[in-house]
Design a protein around this ligand. Structure first.
Ligand SMILES: [Zn+2]
Length: 84
């Protein structure tokens, strides 16, 4: 079982909703609520690098320095959503 969202890399225990929602309403243990809702990706057309840029922007909005935000998100292209 993975503890991080396999789309954006966020730890699922940091997700206010504890995970995304599957189409049947159950909790996803693979993706977070910012990536996945009602069984669908919220950004279905993102590439891995677009997702990374998106996450960097979110982290910077929370006050994280640019360099830290890129370090934090550099594992995104290796996550399941982007490698299968
Ligand atoms: Zn996510």
């Amino acid at each position: 079982m993975s503890a991080n969202c396999q789309s954006c890399g966020m730890p699922l225990n940091k997700d206010p909703k504890k995970g995304g929602m599957n189409a049947d309403g159950s909790l996803s243990t693979t993706y977070c609520s910012l990536c996945y809702e009602n069984g669908e990706f919220l950004h279905p057309n993102f590439s891995a690098s677009e997702m990374q840029s998106h996450c960097v922007e979110q982290l910077k909005k929370k006050g994280m320095p640019n360099v830290m935000a890129w370090l934090f998100t550099r594992g995104i292209p290796k996550l399941d959503r982007w490698t299968v």
